[in-house]
Design a protein around this ligand. Structure first.
Ligand code: HEM
Length: 467
């Protein structure tokens, strides 16, 4: 299996001498010429531009555009994005000119990395989602194993939350997708974890180089990624890692939620838990469905910490005219203002305003008649907007025919990590001391252009639960 340390990089390229440089340059130039012939630049458009290309991140630009205009606006990202009003959401998803594959392919250099693999999409939709009852015990068993690996003792142990999630999610997902013992082998885990880092590195390097260099460097950059792991499920896994880390940080920094969530989990375990031959207690789908407060907390964490400020972009493969008369040329990358939706959320049922983290806002909404099964962490839906006019939904998992097929799996995985943490461990943010009543300061997320990550230095202190 390729080792990321040994694969070519731009640094290695610079270190190559003599004829190798000439050969590489000729090869690169040939690729560049071919690509130049087929490459389209972002079309010139007459919409207002929010933010500037030099902005380090676009959350405020998206919010401003969303609040000011009920019409398209431009975010000067690289490549440029056109943000459409939500009224165009369903039409644009179904528009024959809009192709999500083309955009994903380009952003993740699918031609070289083969990230795009639509056969996997239907496997996830059909196999994974329909077999969640088989998958759930595997997730639970492996979560226990992943915690055991952390070797938490009765005294506080410091854990870097991002590194822990990288390894734990790699273990848990690996158990489901490739099975043990392979999923627990260091070789697999190493490749799996490095892939996650490698994919974002490829993306950053590629997009940072500009049109000429990116074409030359692309084939070399793609070799950062171990071959075995270039699939769409891995892109979903990145999102799970980030979601889990965000939710744990939200909980550790708001210890006032821990007691109520623990109580809910313990009640459900007592009522629904089933003992397996291995002596461990397992929970089925019905048990997880009863954890409405935990579900709400995860959904609120996802709303409060958008992983991306816009929805995944679709690229127009031909000129398109929409029913409201808006015309967009071929090559336009269209997307929707995720950050805007997340900021005007769910004021019914006495819920707090959108700028406040209100962990049980969705659980409260589900107490309203007719909304019992709505507003779940894995549910998508513009329908919820129609049913409950002041209760907007966010688009964490998209909506419609291309909504994320891995969302049920992802939510079970994140939920189960929290269940295990709540049941068996005490935890707090580093530096909080023993005063559990105080809100700790959550290390700030790190936003970059259109995406948002948990602080890489965030440290959690964990010990075996005492009370
Ligand atoms: C918290 C974790 C995750 C988040 C936030 C997330 C989010 C998303 C979003 C926003 C989309 C695009 C929806 C659209 O275009 O309307 C998407 C698509 C997709 N996701 Fe996820 N995802 C997650 C986890 C996963 C996992 C675990 C898997 C696989 C097991 C997965 C597989 C996919 C696939 C295959 C697509 C493409 C679907 C299509 O184009 O038809 N995702 N995801």
């Amino acid at each position: 299996m390729p080792n990321i340390e040994n694969t070519p990089s731009l640094v290695h390229l610079r270190a190559m001498s003599g004829y190798k440089i000439v050969v590489a340059a000729l090869f690169g130039a040939a690729i560049w010429l071919i690509r130049l012939l087929i490459r389209e630049r972002s079309p010139k458009l007459d919409f207002p531009v929010m933010g500037s290309a030099s902005d380090s991140e676009f959350s405020q630009a998206v919010l401003k555009g969303f609040e000011k205009a009920n019409s398209p606006f431009i975010i000067p990202a690289n490549p440029q994005l056109v943000i459409l009003p939500m009224s165009m959401y369903m039409e644009s998803k179904a528009h024959p000119a809009a192709d999500v594959s083309a955009e994903t392919n380009e952003r993740f250099m699918g031609h070289w990395t083969r990230v795009q693999n639509t056969e996997i999409y239907s496997a996830i939709r059909q196999d994974l989602s329909k077999n969640l009852n088989i998958v759930l015990p595997l997730i639970q068993d492996e979560t226990k194993y992943a915690f055991k690996e952390l070797n938490i003792q009765s005294e506080w142990t410091s854990v870097n939350i991002n590194s822990a999630m990288l390894r734990m999610i790699a273990l848990i997902s690996g158990r489901v997708f490739v099975g043990s013992p392979l999923s627990r082998s260091e070789e697999w885990l190493d490749a799996s974890i490095n892939y996650t880092r490698a994919l974002s590195k490829v993306q950053d390097d590629y997009l940072g180089l500009g049109p000429v260099l990116s074409n030359i460097a692309a084939p070399f950059l793609s070799s950062y990624i171990p071959d075995a792991h270039k699939t769409a499920t891995r892109v979903g896994e990145d999102q799970m890692i980030v979601s889990a880390a965000m939710a744990i940080l939200d909980l550790a920094s708001r210890p006032q939620y821990i007691g109520e969530l623990r109580e809910e989990v313990e009640t459900v375990v007592a009522e629904e838990g089933e003992q397996n031959e291995d002596g461990n207690i397992y929970l089925g789908k019905a048990a997880f469905a009863k954890m409405k407060k935990l579900d709400s907390f995860i959904k609120e964490s996802q709303r409060f910490n958008s992983l991306a400020f816009v929805t995944p972009a679709y690229k127009l493969l031909s000129n398109a005219t929409f029913s409201n008369g808006i015309k967009l040329p071929k090559g336009t990358r269209i997307t929707f203002p995720h950050q805007g939706l997340a900021s005007e959320n769910n004021l019914e049922a006495g819920n707090a305003g959108p700028d406040v983290f209100d962990g049980f806002r969705y659980a409260r909404l589900r107490e309203l008649p007719g909304l019992e099964s709505k507003h779940q962490a894995a549910s998508t839906g513009l329908n919820q907007i129609q049913m409950c006019p002041r209760s907007k939904d966010n688009l964490t998992f998209g909506h419609g025919p291309h909504a994320c097929p891995g969302r049920f799996f992802a939510i079970y995985e994140v939920k189960n990590l929290l269940v295990e943490l709540l049941l068996h461990f005490d935890f707090r943010l580093a530096g909080t001391g023993d005063d559990r009543g105080q809100e700790a300061i959550r290390p700030a997320n790190v936003a970059h252009k259109i995406s948002n990550m948990p602080n890489p230095g965030a440290i959690l202190e964990v010990r075996v639960r005492r009370a």
